[in-house]
Design a protein. Structure first.
Length: 136
């Protein structure tokens, strides 16, 4: 799920890059900035759409659940947690069939989100209450 990014620094400045990331599937790009490090944005996700997350400033914790049933998922599904940092352009690939919860770990953090479907192209958004899943 992780495509490790890189960082290069010299007298001119800093470049963060990820030459392994293939952007040919991307149809939509947006950013997320939570107002508070106490707030958790989630749970939401997609049965069909896949997404890629990269932190461009600060740091984020992204929790991922592979959903067993989008109408009534099991409340005790395992949760995978990933830390993304603006220090490198590392991408977290969240495949179709997953939901996420996103928490900024530093003030003024910014998360880049890429999706393989355009806005309104399909009806594929699922949301669950923050306390629905028991393993968080």
């Amino acid at each position: 799920m992780i495509l490790t990014g890189h960082r290069y620094e010299d007298a001119r400045g800093i470049i963060t890059y990820n030459n392994e990331f293939d952007a040919s599937l991307i149809k939509r790009i947006y950013t997320i900035e939570n107002y508070s490090t106490e707030f958790i944005r989630g749970w939401q996700g997609h049965k069909i759409e896949q997404r890629w997350f990269a932190c461009v400033k600060g740091s984020f914790e992204v929790s991922v659940i592979h959903v067993d049933d989008f109408e009534k998922p099991s409340a005790d599904l395992p949760i995978e947690k990933f830390i993304l940092s603006g220090e490198t352009l590392t991408y977290l690939h969240v495949e179709a069939g997953c939901i996420t919860a996103i928490k900024s770990l530093e003030e003024n953090s910014k998360l880049l989100v890429l999706a393989d479907y355009g806005l309104g192209e399909i009806q594929d958004e699922y949301r669950f209450e923050p306390d629905y899943f028991k393993n968080i």
